[in-house]
Write a protein that binds this ligand. Sequence first.
Ligand code: HEM
Ligand SMILES: *[C@@H]1O[C@H](CO)[C@@H](O)[C@H](O)[C@H]1NC(C)=O
Length: 543
Amino acid sequence: MEDLKGLALSKQLVVKTLLGYGIFGAVQVLYRLIWGWKASSRMKDILQDVPATKGDGHDAHAGWLKDFLANVYRIHDWRVEICEGQPVSKNLGFSWHPGLYTLIANDPDIVRHILKDEFNKYTKPDLGYDPFFFYLEEFLGEGIFVSKHGLGSEDRGEGWGHMRKVSSQIFSRKIFNSLMQEVFVEKAEVLRRFLQRSRDLGTQVDLQSCFFNFTFDSIMRIFFGEDSNTAVGVPNMYGKAFDTAHRNMRDHAVSSLASYLFFSTFLPWPFGGRHGGLARWLRDRFSSSFRNMKAATRVLDREADRLVKKCRQDPKLGERRDLLALFIQAKFSTDFVKQMVLHLIIAGRDTTACLLSWTFYELTRNPDVQARLHDEIMQKMPPGAKLDMKSLSASEMPYLNGVIYEALRLWPPVPFDPKMAFEDDILPGGWKVPAYAQVAYSPYNMGRDAKRYPEPEAFRPERWIPFRAPSQHEFPVFQAGPRLCLGMDMAMFEAKTAAVELLRHCRFEMVPGQEITYGDKITLDIKSNGKEEFFVHVRGWPA
Ligand code: HEM
Ligand SMILES: *[C@@H]1O[C@H](CO)[C@@H](O)[C@H](O)[C@H]1NC(C)=O
């Protein structure tokens, strides 16, 4: 009798709890929707005067979405078209959600405003509904490349500032003139010999893959002091795990878009809410791309541990000049060092490989440019002449510099970069911006502005001769302001070294019949016939 009563009581308790949670959950979701609706109506009002992107229905809530989906495979060119002639254009988000409200700036003054003048108001987007930055952080952990600054960060950017200061040590003049120079020259020679073999055999090569391997091998030496030779086909565990993690991260973030938005909006805590709650957690565990990413990051971690340990035990530690050795001698913790290196690799490896790939793509499309560049090289830097920062500068080799700048203008490795306003603001030109709107700049758009670059599609190194360095906000290929790319000089030096070393000895022809497009990563890589590759024939120069 007593037992039955107890059972009934506990049953009642369960029902009450469920009911209570149901009400709590419904109120929470309702509150979220009302807040979202109010926030987005407010945003729409404030953005009234900003012209919408050009296209049918783009002035309605998420009216551009259909158009966007039809153009994802040519997203950057689509953006050029829908923003044409407007200093800034808006894409409205959903009526029930403040996310996705985006302004696209084409005006250098606006770019300077968000990246420099009002630096503290704008940082990396995060409202907990966009899976991209969330999974990027799952992959990389905390670190300079994902950390926020200013009003949008919990520590007002202190963590970022510290990491920026520490990592800038690797870019000292001394390290450039010794370690980097030595490594880039050596690795470029290895690649050149590899390409000469395929010239002799008459086989075609995937030049983009070569450049990804070249930049990886270089970075392994400069950052880890470890000799890697993927360029000649020796697999590297760290590199393989890095690529696997990166690829799976991207696939997983893309496939999570809808569910992530759904969980964070329509499920109550703890099942949903910010970053998708338990539902997201569970979905991740059942997803093969997420598990593959996690497995690969564990390999990365183990490999990094091994390299750090090896470095600590190195009797010649004091003579080493790589980043790992510098950091370990400066007594940073293992975790800090591991994370720093990972972030520098993601920032510096793919970007530079993309720059080299598009540079050679343009050289094969414009054989006369390739021949002129070859002439300059044979005159100033014939085989055997020593490559260093000074001899590769714009004043010493203006044509080479023009070629690299043209490639950066037409194919910026980071083609589009959104920031989020964390406070209401007014842009130059008087455009009002509500808090939580994203303001993005697009080097791809700006590089193809016919007013600044007549016949923008034409590849003309002469545009940059004589060379006047463009201001950061007019040419934001490396971003601008306090978060300007730390590796800009390193990337230019690396790309120029490789270009000179390869073109001294080899001429390149594109394998015909490839349908060239670009990929959909954060970095702009070449796709041919839908795959991330670019095939060339290697030839000699007539004597
Ligand atoms: C052509 C090659 C490169 C391009 C186009 C490029 C472009 C960029 C861009 C656009 C950003 C800003 C990202 C953002 O905060 O939204 C950035 C940041 C950064 N880049 Fe590069 N980058 C290149 C090469 C490199 C190299 C070789 C390194 C060296 C490891 C490097 C290190 C960094 C770092 C550490 C940051 C973060 C700076 C900070 O947040 O304070 N980059 N880069
Ligand atoms: C680049 O390295 C990877 C991994 O070692 C290898 O599979 C690939 O064949 C290399 N690419 C070229 C063009 O040698």
